[in-house]
Design a protein around this ligand. Structure first.
Ligand SMILES: Cc1cc2nc3c(=O)[nH]c(=O)nc-3n(C[C@H](O)[C@H](O)[C@H](O)COP(=O)(O)OP(=O)(O)OC[C@H]3O[C@@H](n4cnc5c(N)ncnc54)[C@H](O)[C@@H]3O)c2cc1C
Length: 394
């Protein structure tokens, strides 16, 4: 069966769903093609940490993306709730940053300069203040450890599984045709135009062998490079594995996001606490390892001894879409005029998905985008971004 759409989005993660929802709001006829279940890959596996954005104009493209995303998350959480009645648990919870080793202290010092430059308010906290924020944290530490604590009031978080459920429901309400269990296996092209998608085996009964649209937007996360390869385009996108644990408490032991280097804990509203993560370049192998689980548990117990008594409910891994310079790829997929890309968000895709959805809708509609997309073009020669590459999601 052939169908014709204004836009076909490839990939049903947070990026694809956000783009589909934004375009459907403009009354475009949109379909989304996902080879597995909608929203069950990296976007599901993530933590949902949303570090604060700049409070005044900034020139750095990554900081512009973060700032716009930060502003939009608040609006989207309200909009999604009104439309779908699903609370994505977006909260300005605040973020605690901890540094114990000399390297961590040096990194936090650099963060302070950066926060100053961006106008992001922060405070240095005494261990006493931290104990008052949550008595269950760091009880084993003594003063000789020279531990430093910083607090960023405007850091936020959301529960990504809820956010994805809300986005999917919003897409359905806005008449986006969702083809799940449908894999894009090839493109029909003529000159500089894509004329259709070939779709492979499907488990659902919404069988689509060919999808035809005026525009195509590739949002296939860590799996984007092989797909672009079939169009003869090279993209510096590769999988970076992160492992996670989920503990269950009767009541959350604290309400804010706790960060120490690449490790973090994120409490959910119902008492669950996420512990993550790591960066591993192991190709497309999605598995947890005993060694990483041991390291995460050991770190978590050292920070919050109550973890030792909590039930370990789940553990998993996910493949982040890494990009060679820390910048995502956003814009037209030259030389194709009606093909677009939104991929390579690495550790920040849940955060940057709101700005990505808006910017891609503007760009594909031929409007000038709210921020300049030139630095994110696919054919670029960027140097690695200081802020995008160096740190964990915060
Ligand atoms: C452990 C971990 C922790 C993280 N923590 C955070 C965090 O705290 N904050 C934050 O902002 N980000 C975080 N991230 C990063 C974030 O999750 C990703 O950047 C984001 O999910 C990328 O979204 P996406 O839609 O591009 O990719 P995905 O969610 O992976 O979606 C891509 C989709 O494309 C589909 N697909 C691929 N190929 C095809 C094909 N040929 N045909 C059809 N469909 C296809 C896939 O099945 C998949 O569903 C974390 C990630 C991990 C793994």
């Amino acid at each position: 069966m052939n169908s014709h759409f204004d836009l076909a989005v490839l990939g049903g993660g947070v990026v694809g769903l956000s783009i589909a929802a934004q375009c459907a709001k403009r009354n475009w006829r949109v379909c989304l093609v996902e080879r597995g279940e909608i929203g069950k890959e990296s976007s599901w596996a993530g933590a949902g940490i949303l570090p604060a954005g700049a409070t005044h104009h900034v020139d750095d493209p990554i900081e512009q993306l973060r700032q716009l995303s930060d502003q939009l998350h608040e609006q989207w959480a309200r909009w999604l709730f009104e439309l779908t009645k699903i609370d994505n648990e977006y909260r300005r919870s605040g973020g605690l940053y901890v540094a114990r080793s000399p390297a961590e202290r040096a990194t936090l010092k650099a963060n302070c300069y950066w926060w100053d430059e961006l106008g992001i308010g922060y405070q240095r906290l005494s261990q006493d203040r931290v104990s008052r924020l949550s008595p269950v944290l760091f009880p084993l530490w003594d003063d000789s450890q020279e531990t430093q604590f910083y607090w960023v009031q405007r850091d936020a978080k959301l529960r990504n599984t809820r956010h994805l459920a809300a986005l999917k429901a919003a897409c359905e309400i806005l008449n986006v045709k969702l083809f799940d269990h449908t894999e894009v296996i090839g493109f029909h092209t003529q000159g500089s135009e894509i004329q259709g998608l070939d779709c492979g085996a499907t488990l659902s009964n919404q069988v689509q062998s060919r999808v035809v649209a005026d525009r195509y937007c590739i949002a296939t996360g860590a799996w984007t490079a092989p797909l672009l390869g079939s169009l003869g385009i090279d993209a510096g996108i590769y999988p970076v594995r992160g492992q996670m644990q989920l503990y269950r408490f009767d009541q959350a032991p604290f309400r804010f996001v706790l960060n120490e280097g690449h490790r973090y804990m994120v409490p959910r509203e119902d008492g669950r606490v996420l512990v993550g993560s790591c960066e591993e370049e192991v190709g497309f192998v999605k598995a947890t390892t005993q060694e990483m689980m041991r390291q995460l548990t050991q770190w978590a117990i050292g920070v919050c001894p109550a973890i030792a008594e909590a039930e370990l409910e789940m553990q998993w891994s996910g493949l982040r879409p890494g990009s060679i310079d820390g910048f995502p790829y956003l814009g037209t997929l030259h030389p194709y005029k009606n093909a677009f890309i939104a991929a390579g968000h690495f550790r920040h895709g849940l955060h940057w998905s709101t700005a990505t959805g808006l910017l891609m809708a503007q760009h594909m509609a031929g409007e000038s985008a709210s921020i300049d997309l030139e630095p994110f073009r696919i054919q670029r020669g960027n140097v690695p971004s200081q802020t995008a590459r160096a740190v964990d999601s915060p």
